[in-house]
Design a protein around this ligand. Structure first.
Ligand code: NAD
Ligand code: LMR
Length: 342
């Protein structure tokens, strides 16, 4: 089961056999693109984690002030700033988790794929540095189009001889967060209880909420399923339009990314009960990458949860088949981009 974030570890403190709630700050997290709309609130949320001992913030500009500001919070992690490519290697050395929200966001009228030309190169360069400096880290890719940037990252890591498919993740937590929120609102459920797995990818119809697998078990009318599915698929665009040119989701994204970071840290810390949906290398379908629920462990993906894709409703099965060609094309576009560079 999913637990609340910011878990505290109960530790035996001394010989007097008294137990205290103690933070267990041992992990180093690097955020690349840390001065941006997502990067800043994400860095704040990571700064609140009792599991983090070092928070390294990297951007091409404006990161000094963000780090100075955050460093005054009286939480365990030490915050350091790194500006520009010459400081990237030092930012990454020793990192356990690297989170990448670097790149341009959408404006109204754009698809996520319209960001490919700029963001593909940014992700490629950052992943090259990750490969050179912290090849064992969990890598969380937020930069869009995630459906393509994760295959780019995989290919770059392969070229560098350090690809571990269990440690490369496209962050799709926001789709789950949205699905949980919208379902709870529609069905009058307690938010904390609701968990909807979201599979496929992270763009338009490739985002497939499996409403039939909602926990607690809920029944939906056909109209509710259609309405909720479309709302979850278009939620990013809903925010892009509301921001009217000032970018895309940043605060809810930071919240979602912080949840995924915390889950990863708990898994690294030995918690044996950590499950998240994310976009990973997969053999659940014929596509080489797919978002699905996974079990996280110290080595990354411990298992893909196959049961979510079994016993789908006719609506979900059809939607899964419909999304495959688009997702396949986005994967191939990413792979081709990374292969062309060699
Ligand atoms: P933003 O423009 O506010 O911030 C991006 C930051 O990246 C900036 O600070 C910029 O200086 C930095 N940057 C640019 N090039 C860089 C490089 N080479 N190295 C390091 N940093 C670099 O954008 P944002 O709103 O924070 O969004 C960032 C990305 O996240 C976009 O691609 C957006 O589409 C994506 N996004 C993904 C999800 C998701 O669910 N996966 C959700 C929201 C946004
Ligand atoms: C989102 O889902 O909010 C992000 O992918 C940003 C976007 O462009 O919609």
């Amino acid at each position: 089961a999913l637990r609340g974030s910011f878990a505290l570890k109960v530790q035996k403190e001394n010989q007097s056999s008294q137990y205290h709630l103690q933070p267990h700050a041992t992990f180093k997290v690097a955020v690349l693109g840390a001065a941006g709309g997502i990067g800043q609130p994400l860095a704040l949320l990571i700064k609140m984690s009792p599991l983090v001992s070092a928070l390294n913030l990297y951007d091409i500009a404006n990161v000094k002030g963000v780090a100075a500001d955050l460093s005054h919070c009286n939480t365990p992690s030490q915050v350091l700033d790194f500006t520009g490519p010459s400081e990237l290697a030092n930012c990454l050395k020793g990192a356990n988790v690297v989170v990448i929200p670097a790149g341009v966001p959408r404006k109204p009228g754009m698809t996520r794929d319209d960001l490919f030309n700029i963001n593909a190169g940014i992700v490629r360069n950052l992943i090259e540095a990750v490969a050179d400096n912290c090849p064992d880290a969990f890598i969380h890719v937020i930069s869009n189009p995630v459906n393509s940037t994760v295959p780019i990252a995989a290919e770059v890591l392969k070229q560098k001889g350090v690809y571990d498919p269990k440690k490369l993740f496209g962050v799709t937590t926001l789709d789950v967060v949205r699905a949980n929120t919208f379902v709870a609102q529609k069905k009058n459920l307690k938010l904390i209880d609701v968990d909807v797995p979201v599979v496929g990818g992270h763009a338009g119809i490739t985002i497939l909420p499996l409403l039939s697998k909602t926990k607690p078990s809920v029944s939906f009318t056909d109209e509710e399923i259609q309405e909720l599915t479309v709302r979850i698929q278009n939620a990013g665009t809903e925010v892009v339009e509301a921001k009217a040119g000032a970018g895309s989701a940043t605060l809810s994204m930071a919240y979602a990314a912080a949840r995924f970071v915390e889950s990863s840290l708990r898994a690294l810390d030995g918690d044996g009960d950590v499950y998240e949906c994310c976009y990973v290398q997969s053999d659940l379908t014929e596509l080489p990458f797919l978002a699905s629920r996974v079990k996280l462990g110290r080595q990354g993906v411990e298992a893909l949860i196959t049961s979510d894709l079994q016993g789908l409703t006719e609506y979900e099965q059809k939607a899964l088949e419909t999304l495959k060609p688009e997702l396949k094309a986005s994967i191939e576009k990413g792979l081709a981009f990374a292969q062309k560079q060699t």
